[in-house]
Design a protein. Structure first.
Length: 706
């Protein structure tokens, strides 16, 4: 409270100091005018005393006028001199009242009311100023008049009454003024508090707030610009907008902002600015339009900018990490492709020759059994390679499901029929049952067969007595879909609930003894889970140790009315109208010998080449009906050789079928073969039926095209 009073007194003193020259001039004018009513010597003395009091008031208020700190003594001195000034004017009024002339009485009343009005106007600065400069002299006047001489014998009651009323009106005006000042002070306090808060935000916020006219003139910049750019607000106001944009960004940022102004709305841009130190700083700015403060004025652009160097650095790190991850994935894929190729190449010979041997009539029973064991073992190894390959492709997202019409009962009964002999060999029953109305669906029947084959194979493998039941359930679902659920229940060894939770993880089986007793890699169920999830379905299992297990999967697939015709199995015979002239391009001798052994029963004339260069020479000099081309070979690979053959300007070679015969079986590898100009793909290990189908199809197709 005291601080507020001191502030008001200092404010009054500062205003009093500014009014001294005017008051002195008015004093001289008043003295000159009253000289016509009073003796001139009295007027001179009054002017002199008034000038002295004004001079004292000037000295007592000078420091407040200059904004310097003052003490209580100086403030009291100013109040005393201020009171003296007002009393002097009251004294002049008293002299005019006692002059004995009507003019003097009128002038006295006018002068007293003027002093009261003057003091009232100062009440806005300080209530104490009104008390000292207005109320005290006025009360003194009202107390003096009944005792003062009254030469004109004027009736005092109406005169004093009017003066009291005037004093009352003045006091009312003062109270209203003080109330207005109080509200003004409260508003000022709120404004100062708001400004202080804004200043704290503006001075400490890291984002840069700016306000610009549409022509680019700056209106406001927050002080944080100095931290972001190194330039002070004053330096930036002295330069045109966009001055410190990075040269590359300066070519497009103004145009984007102009487009935003034309269409309205908001805009967010990321660009670079050049710091005062010379380095580049990345910023992100949100631009928006706001209405002008002036009525009818053009809108203005407000922007909020923040540094994003850390974000950009993180983005760069993420891009680099992604690049390294992609390189690692590519290296993994390349390693997988190479390992698959290296494993499939010897397996091609093992499976091929063991298959020929076990069918040979020249072997005794025991030797034929040994050949069969070799063939079964190599087939198991091929299944392992295929499982690892399938799982890797599923993890990499390189497997896509097809959507073709199929009868849900067909793959179920086909897999059951395929494994019926195996179940009967173990003394088990294999039953298929259906529930609900089985209708055609749209999905990937091949993948469904793969999952069902794994479930059913495991059920037979882990069941020693009893049987296996396959149940197909179909129910209607939303959006004209059908819910297909397949359950495979067995009476085998069963597993615990804790073991079920781990069964669908890769390379995991119920316990270590399972792998030793029953075999397997633990990849089958993990592959099934990913296939079912890829088709948008779910799968699971329930089991009781010693009583059996039930594995199930459920899919929701669109219903359809059309069914594709079943593709007939590929024949294992080769019907030729004329001998087939075949070029086998293969660098591994055992694989060339295997092809010759597989095709020995048929009318096929085989010519061989060990690399791409030899193949080019042979097709240039000889006539062939078909070429089986390996891919990975020394001297020249099969892809390069195929491109070279397709580039030869020989009419007889334009329709020559070139079939890739390779252990590279990944989808992208197959596509590379087709892109190089090959007509089809034959994967290793070679299936006899597939080989015969290719030899039957492509030469006849080439002759028909010719």
């Amino acid at each position: 409270m005291r601080n507020l009073l001191d502030e008001r007194l200092d404010e009054l003193a500062a205003l009093s100091y500014q009014g001294v020259p005017l008051r002195v001039a008015v004093a001289f004018a008043a003295g000159a005018l009253t000289a016509t009513l009073l003796p001139w010597r009295v007027c001179v003395v009054w002017i002199g005393f008034q000038v002295l009091t004004e001079a004292a008031c000037l000295l007592a208020s000078r420091r407040q006028h200059l904004g310097l700190r003052v003490g209580a003594a100086l403030r009291l001195a100013h109040l005393f001199t201020y009171l003296a000034v007002c009393v002097c004017w009251m004294v002049l009024g008293g002299l005019l009242w006692t002059s004995g002339t009507p003019q003097g009485a009128v002038c006295a009343m006018t002068l007293w009311l003027s002093v009261l009005f003057f003091a009232q106007s100062n009440a806005f600065q300080s209530p104490l100023g009104f008390l000292v400069g207005g109320a005290t002299p006025s009360v003194g006047l009202l107390a003096w008049m009944p005792l003062a001489p009254n030469p004109l014998h004027l009736p005092l009651p109406p005169v004093l009454g009017l003066l009291v009323l005037a004093f009352g009106f003045g006091c009312d005006a003062v109270f209203r003024t003080l109330a207005a000042r109080r509200k003004f002070d409260e508003a000022q306090d709120r404004l100062r508090a708001s400004e202080a808060q804004y200043r704290v935000l503006a001075d400490n916020i890291t984002d840069v707030i700016a306000l610009n006219d549409l022509d680019g003139r700056r209106r406001y910049l927050s002080p944080s610009i100095a931290t972001g750019m190194g330039y002070s607000v004053e330096e930036l106001f002295a330069t045109p907008n966009y001055t410190f944009l990075h040269p590359e960004d300066a070519a497009w940022v103004p145009g984007e902002i102009a487009d935003m102004v034309a269409r309205g709305g908001e805009l967010t841009l990321q660009y670079r600015i050049v710091h005062k130190a010379g380095h580049t700083v990345w910023v992100e700015t949100n631009f928006g339009l706001i209405a002008s403060e002036q009525a009818g004025g053009l809108p203005q652009i407000v922007s909020v900018s923040r540094q994003i160097d850390a974000r950009k650095a993180m983005e760069t790190e993420l891009v680099e990490a992604r690049r390294r991850a992609e390189q690692a994935a590519a290296a993994k894929s390349e390693f997988l492709a190479n390992m698959t190729h290296e494993l499939r190449t010897p397996l091609n010979a093992i499976i091929g020759f063991s298959g020929i041997l076990r069918r040979s009539r020249r072997l005794v029973a025991e030797d034929a059994r040994h050949a069969g064991l070799i063939h079964d073992a190599s087939t198991t190894l091929l299944e392992l390679v295929n499982s690892v390959l399938d799982f890797s492709r599923l993890e990499a997202g390189a497997v896509e499901v097809e959507a073709r019409p199929f009868d849900p009962e067909t793959p179920v009964r086909a897999i059951a029929e395929l494994l019926t002999e195996q179940a009967h060999a173990r003394g088990l029953t294999l039953t298929v049952q259906t529930r609900g109305r089985i209708e055609p669906l749209l999905g990937d029947a091949a993948r469904i067969r793969q999952v069902l084959l794994n479930f059913l194979s495991n059920a037979i493998k882990f069941t020693s007595q009893g049987g296996v039941t396959v149940t197909l359930i179909q129910e209607p679902a939303d959006n004209d879909c059908g819910r297909m659920r397949v359950e495979v229940a067995d009476t085998g060894i069963g597993v615990t609930q804790q073991q079920i939770e781990q069964l669908f993880e890769r390379f995991t089986q119920a316990d270590a003894s399972v792998s030793r007793q029953y075999g397997g890699t633990g990849l089958g169920l993990a592959i099934c889970q990913r296939i079912v999830e890829l088709m948008g379905g779910t799968l699971g299992a329930s089991s009781v140790p010693g009583e059996g297990s039930t594995f199930w999967f459920e899919l929701v697939l669109p219903r359809t009315d059309a069914l594709e015709e079943e593709v007939e199995a590929e024949p294992e015979t080769l019907d030729l109208e004329a001998p087939l002239r075949l070029l086998v391009v293969e660098d591994v001798a055992v694989n060339r010998e295997l092809i010759a052994a597989l095709l020995h029963p048929f009318d096929v004339l085989i010519e061989t080449a060990e690399n791409g260069e030899q193949a080019i020479a042979k097709v240039r000099d000889q006539v062939f009906d078909l070429v089986l081309m390996d891919v990975q070979m020394p001297v020249m690979d099969g892809l390069t050789a195929t491109r070279a053959i397709r580039a030869l300007d020989l009419p007889r070679l334009r329709g020559l079928p070139i079939i890739a015969m390779t252990a590279n079986v990944l989808p992208d590898q197959v596509q590379k073969c087709l892109d190089a100009g090959m007509d089809d793909h034959l994967g290793k290990p070679i299936e006899t039926a597939r080989l015969l189908a290719v030899l039957s199809e492509w030469p006849s197709r080439a002759h028909a095209a010719a």
